[in-house]
Design a protein around this ligand. Structure first.
Ligand SMILES: NC(=O)C1=CN([C@@H]2O[C@H](COP(=O)(O)OP(=O)(O)OC[C@H]3O[C@@H](n4cnc5c(N)ncnc54)[C@H](OP(=O)(O)O)[C@@H]3O)[C@@H](O)[C@H]2O)[C@@H](O)CC1
Ligand SMILES: [K+]
Length: 489
């Protein structure tokens, strides 16, 4: 899995890469710029749009000069916005690329910047080399760049955004951020979302060995990581191998959550799904999900189930006793969501009853009820890490970049998903998926990694034709296509 390194570690990564690959630093910059331009050309933007490239003095600016040359070679109309003041300030590789600019490219000083009404602005002012508070002249430049009305594309990070922290002042508001090799930590924080825009990550050929001595507890979960985590079932498999799962939830007025959860578990591959709810609501499940069985009242033999997911639509009235009883009886890792999380927040003494490696799936509101408020997302992540290490639990902090917090301290950001998945029932679908993988005998860690990634991918697939019309059922309908795309039988 791809490590996410801090801005400071990236310098070391670069020098490891250069010594192991035999590349020069200029060749590495050329590789990064080429990948950026390939991505840019694939967007099929009209060739007659003017492109302005804001260029700083460091290597982020060096990328900007190289991109300017490459796009001019492709007949784009390119000009440079000078954010570096004088040539003497350019870094070694930025100077090489500055010297290779074709004459046709004009360079405009700050005082002469006039933005056309549309077009494209490529932001190569500041990258991961930003240190400390932004200087006043840089703030002035960023403010002026932010008045641009067309499409803004930031190279590596939006200028002004620190690579590892939540923004505390001015930064470029990009429509796209195209980051190299891995997303910088700051690009993952919800507070920074309005600056980052749509995130794209491009591989630039950094060797695996270059990461060896660089420690990080942050990782990025990508499509290539998923296939090896899956179990392979043989032609002799029967429905019992595919898992017998129990989903506890639903209440009058909230049966939809349990229906979505059950359908999602079935579509993910569960062999047998039983839904446990109040007696009065049974007919709803039997009608809406004919493939599922139902149970009600007490849960007399919980150990017959391979996995249990608890909470979607459950309500919190009169549930305490059943929840406690169940936790005392069931000893395998369970998935705890929605109202079961709220019950836990009200009865923190139940925490010690949770089997090791159980999975909690809160959104930020449920997280806050459970663990308390946090000043920002980076603090929230510190709280999540400590909670998982102390209690030996897995916590899936749901959001635009869902974070999987593991008991060994690793924190894994998911790369799949879209903004269109912020819709009622999306979380119930995720609970069904994770529980389903647990039931198939996946380790809790693998069940969560597969569940979270496939869920996001299903959302991406569904959103292609649905956009903002996407509803949770569309995510379930797209689960089969995720297996086809990832080549999983
Ligand atoms: N492996 C990779 O991923 C590769 C990375 N590459 C690229 O290199 C980039 C990193 O380049 P980098 O290290 O040269 O730093 P960079 O971001 O250009 O910033 C330096 C400039 O910022 C300025 N500055 C600093 N602090 C400031 C402040 N508070 N307020 C105002 N200004 C401040 C500083 O000015 P100075 O303090 O020196 O006067 C200097 O001019 C990386 O993001 C990626 O784009 C690719 O080319 C190759 C492969
Ligand atoms: K930038």
């Amino acid at each position: 899995m791809q490590k996410i390194l801090s801005g400071i570690q990236i310098k070391e990564l670069d020098s490891n890469q250069l010594s192991r690959s035999g590349q020069t630093s200029h060749e590495l910059m050329e590789a990064a710029s080429t990948e950026f331009v390939n991505w840019f050309l694939n967007q099929e933007l009209p060739i007659d749009q003017p492109i302005q490239i804001a260029v700083g003095a460091g290597n982020n600016g060096g990328d900007g000069f190289a991109v300017a040359r490459m796009l001019a070679d492709q007949s784009y109309s390119v000009s440079i916005l000078n954010c570096f003041k004088s040539i003497e300030r350019l870094s070694k590789d930025a100077l090489v690329n500055f010297s290779s600019l074709p004459e046709i490219i004009q360079i405009h000083d700050f005082e002469d910047w006039v933005f056309p009404n549309g077009g494209i602005l490529i932001d190569a002012f500041l990258g991961v080399g930003l240190k400390g508070e932004l200087r006043t002249d840089a703030i002035e430049i960023i403010r002026k760049l932010n008045t641009f009305k067309g499409t803004v594309i930031s190279i590596d990070v939006p200028s002004g955004l620190p690579s590892d922290e939540v923004v505390n002042g001015t930064a470029i508001k990009a429509d796209f951020t195209v980051s190299f090799e891995f997303p910088k930590l700051s690009l993952m924080y919800p507070e920074n979302a309005e600056f980052v825009g749509e995130l794209v990550v491009l591989k630039i050929g950094i060797l695996e060995e270059a990461y060896n001595n660089l420690m990080s507890t942050f990782y990025y979960l990508e499509a290539v990581d998923i296939r090896p985590l899956h179990k392979i079932f043989s032609r002799f498999s029967y429905k019992g191998d595919m898992g017998k799962v129990l989903l506890v939830g639903g209440s009058p007025g909230k049966m939809g959550a349990l229906i979505l959860c059950a359908k999602s578990a079935l579509r993910t591959g569960s062999g047998l799904v039983t839904c446990h709810m109040e007696d009065s609501e049974r007919a709803i499940i039997q009608t809406a999900v004919p493939e599922a069985m139902s149970s009600w009242g007490l849960i007399p033999n919980p150990e017959i189930y391979d996995a249990v997911g608890i909470g979607p639509g459950w309500g919190i009235g009169n549930r305490d006793r059943l929840f406690k009883q169940f936790l005392q009886d069931f000893k395998k890792p369970i998935v705890i969501d929605a109202d079961a999380l709220n019950l836990l927040a009200r009865n923190l003494d139940l925490l010690h009853l949770l089997p090791k490696n159980s999975v909690l799936t809160p959104h930020i509101g449920e997280f806050t009820r459970l663990l308390g408020p946090a000043a920002d997302h980076s603090k929230r992540m510190e709280m999540a890490k400590k909670f998982c290490m102390d209690n030996k639990l897995i916590l899936v902090l749901k959001g635009a970049n869902t974070v999987i917090n593991l008991p060994d301290g690793r924190q894994i950001f998911n790369s799949s998903g879209t903004k269109y998945m912020a819709t009622g029932g999306s979380g119930d679908v995720l609970t069904g998926m994770i529980t389903s993988y647990l039931g198939m005998g996946y380790s809790p860690e693998n069940a969560v990694l597969c569940g979270v990634f496939h869920h996001g991918l299903a959302g991406e697939i569904a959103s292609k034709s649905k956009r903002r019309s996407l509803i949770a059922s569309d995510i379930i309908d797209a689960i089969p296509e995720t297996y086809i795309q990832l080549n999983i039988s």
